[in-house]
Design a protein around this ligand. Sequence first.
Ligand code: COI
Length: 353
Amino acid sequence: MTETHEIVVEKVKESKIGNIDFDNLTFGKTFTDHMLECTWRNGNWENPVIKPYGPIMMEPSAKVFHYGQAIFEGMKAFRDEDDNVFLFRPEDNWKRFNESAKRLAMPEVPEEIFMYGLKKLVDLDREWVRYGDGLSLYLRPFMIASENGVAAAPSTEYKFMVVMSPAFAYYRGDVRVIIASQFSRAADGGIGYAKAAGNYAASFYPNNLALEEGYQQIIWTDAASHEYLEEAGTMNIFVRIGDKLLTAPNNDRILNGVTRRSVIQLAQDKGIEVEVRKISVAEVKEAAESGELKEIFGTGTAAVIVPIKGFKHEEYTHELPVLNDSYASDIKESIKDIHYNRVEDKHGWRVKV
Ligand code: COI
């Protein structure tokens, strides 16, 4: 990677890190001292700037506020016991970011800006990456349409930014889900596979209804028939029936999760049979009734791996058993060992900062 874009660095006068209680972090609420900002103007990316984290100035007519032309990524940096700092599979996030950009008619961000900028930013705020079980620095690269004017057409100006937040895993309590039979997250030919802000906004109302019933998340099903499991919005989904691990295939409605791919690989490394195929709701309910349904778990950067304690589908409810030989726990330990540099990085997923 070459540094053809000079990065201008403007440091904070005084770090706020001394005021942070790293044992009591609420996900996504605390931000580090610095952020990265890079503007696309006149068909080019200008030089990125690293500057103190703080408000940005935009006019109310900026297109992002009207048409939701906005995408993001979720990534993490980890510190090992010897104070080395690593990113986890950052290239995969960069590639997916640009796939999202393409679908939302936004300019792609070159590798040197995304990767070099990210590394420089993490390096500058490396004290914010703490070593501790489940602790990480959550990185949030995003891009918004910043051109002023409300014509419904792609923006001619964009801001690519990165903000960073020290965090534990996203879910810290039990997670029960509703399997969707009414609302949909994504449809064929749509933007479900992209990390587009609108995908998340669209899920908030049905998710609020689920919360009112005591369920923390929704497992979305295909919009056409509501017969097949897709993903959970904040996570991809795995189902264990007997000794087999199942997950839905990628398509244009499902996010191609980096953690999902890592989990498939780690499960296969352990000799677990993984089937990437359509999973019907009927099959899950049948397996629940016969006792063959052992586990359901979600995977994602923010969430890492989250066991689902129970689910509801229409009037049917089911509680998952507590297992001594849980695939979710076993794979989670393995992925954490890689995150924190406790084992050899067989697949080349760690990138040192
Ligand atoms: C992530 O896992 O990074 C995500 O983007 C999910 C987000 C809703 C917290």
